[in-house]
Design a protein around this ligand. Structure first.
Ligand SMILES: Nc1ncnc2c1ncn2[C@@H]1O[C@H](COP(=O)(O)OP(=O)(O)OP(=O)(O)O)[C@@H](O)[C@H]1O
Ligand SMILES: [Mg+2]
Length: 469
């Protein structure tokens, strides 16, 4: 029943209002019990009655006792309280209401007439038949005391609260509940509206659309909306990159497969007959198959690195030896392309990592440098220690990389327009993505430095494990 935010809020307010009203009612009963307010009328009545009696009898106080008693009886008949006359020894003389004598005498017995100042109304507990009495004592002349008393009325406090206060309390409660209804409406809208936006955006996301949620409502909901926006953007970007990935892979597979298919078909149906033609066809098939094999291996490596399942060794790698090997490996290729390759002194440091994977990174960087540098160009390898890292630079005097492409070239399959056209040797655009993954798994970093259009400079930063030099 109370499933919506609004109804639950309202239920909460309802319970709070009921609780507050109950506490008010209990507080009222308690306050009334303590307060002299309810007895004020009785106390006044005693005050007025005793004052009246004293005034009426003051002038005839010198009459003989018998006549004074008679006068007291006459004058106190219409008084609205029990009154009794006592002589100065505290001896009971007469009472105005027949039947009250015993009770008044009991009070008189317990109190000291002389100590009474004649104005206070006091309470006498446990009088006749265990009743409480309000009373006051006034002296009149030198010989008499008048005791005026009324039984303390017994109130049913819960009945008073019920009769007098229940209806205003309930009315106030009803008004507050109406207000609570509107407030719960406002608050639930404040919270629920942004939540509805999130739901809508989630539904749209399931359909493949991206809807930005406005940041509104309480702070927590705003945080949720912010996180949701971030998640949506990432999911959309992920889906987009997956689509692009599939398109790129398909594209890269298509060309070699078409060529393999064509040559195989030609051999089969006898279009190519001569030995040299068959050899040429078989050679193309082999080259394309090798290319396909490299593509599949690169994709596999990248997938494993991205998933963190690539088996990265952690052994000591001597950076100097690694780079010298690289230089040897590419020297023939550089010579063929008439590119001068040189290496500065490299500090002899050891890092912890996977030698083969790091060799793959530098192979790709030097391969790129040779690939995108025209004849008579230069490739320059250098390294320096910066704090606890070694920074290895591979600079070339080739095409260079425009600023807009400096981050993109690390994306899968990305090849810059200029390099595509230049294309000495067609790559897949996967080498740098693999390199970044490998370097990051070694807690390092790789980036392209600004080289003011004078070729490219790639920097690899790796944490040093040990310095041997
Ligand atoms: N030294 C460089 N000079 C100019 N452009 C470069 C250089 N290195 C990389 N690039 C650009 O970055 C792109 C991506 O490089 P990456 O090594 O990832 O791919 P690739 O060399 O084209 O192919 P693959 O490495 O998969 O065989 C290149 O296609 C090229 O556009
Ligand atoms: Mg490459």
């Amino acid at each position: 029943m109370f499933t919506s935010l609004r109804s639950r809020l309202w239920l909460t307010y309802f319970l709070i209002v009921i609780m507050v009203l109950a506490v008010c009612a209990i507080g009222l009963i308690y306050a009334l019990r303590q307060s002299p307010l309810l007895y004020r009328q009785v106390i006044n009545q005693i005050d007025v009655s005793s004052e009246l009696l004293v005034r009426r009898l003051d002038s005839i106080v010198d009459l003989p006792t018998e006549r004074f008693i008679l006068a007291f009886q006459n004058e106190s008949r219409d008084i609205d309280a029990n009154a009794a006359l006592f002589n100065h020894d505290g001896q009971f003389l007469v009472a105005n209401i027949t039947g009250s004598e015993a009770a008044l005498q009991l009070i008189a017995k317990q109190i000291d007439f002389n100590a009474q100042d004649g104005t206070d109304v006091d309470l006498f507990g446990g009088g006749e038949r265990n009743k409480d009495w309000f009373y006051t004592v006034r002296s009149i002349g030198d010989n008499y005391y008048i005791l005026t008393a009324i039984i303390k009325p017994v109130f049913q406090f819960s009945a008073i609260v019920k009769d007098e206060f229940m209806s205003p309390l309930l009315q106030a409660g009803a008004i507050v509940l109406v207000f609570a209804f509107f407030i719960s409406l406002l608050i639930s809208n404040w919270i629920a509206l942004p939540l509805k936006h999130i739901t809508k955006s989630a539904e749209a996301l399931a359909e493949g659309d991206l809807i930005e949620i406005p940041l509104e409502g309480p702070k927590e909901v705003q945080q949720l909306a912010g996180t949701f926006n971030l998640m949506s953007t990432k999911i959309t970007a992920g889906a987009q990159s997956q689509r692009e990935f599939v398109a790129n892979v398909s594209h890269e597979l298509k060309t070699p497969l078409t060529s393999i298919q064509g040559y195989a078909q030609a051999i089969l149906d006898g279009t190519v007959e001569s030995k040299p033609a068959i050899d040429k066809a078989a050679n193309v098939i082999l080259i394309e198959t090798n290319r396909l094999h490299r593509l599949v291996m690169d994709l596999l490596t990248l997938a494993r690195l991205e998933a963190g399942t690539a088996n990265i060794q952690h052994s000591e790698v001597h950076i100097q030896a690694l780079l010298v090997n690289m230089l040897d490996k590419f020297s023939i290729q550089a010579e063929k392309q008439s590119i001068q390759m040189q290496m500065d002194h490299v500090p002899d440091v050891v890092i912890m990592g996977d030698g083969d994977r790091l060799a793959q990174v530098f192979s790709n960087l030097i391969d790129n440098a040779l690939k995108f540098t025209p004849e008579n160009g230069q490739v320059h390898i250098s390294a320096e220690m910066v704090a606890k890292n070694i920074m290895i630079k591979i600079a070339d005097t080739g095409l260079g990389i425009p600023e807009v492409d400096r981050e993109k070239i690390f994306d899968r399959f990305y090849q810059s327009e200029t390099s595509r056209k230049y294309g000495k040797k067609k790559g897949f655009g996967l080498g740098l993505s693999i390199a970044r993954e490998i370097i990051q798994s070694h807690y390092g970093n790789i980036w392209v430095e600004d080289n003011a259009g004078q070729g490219s400079v790639f920097v690899v930063k790796l944490p040093i494990h040990r310095n041997k030099s």
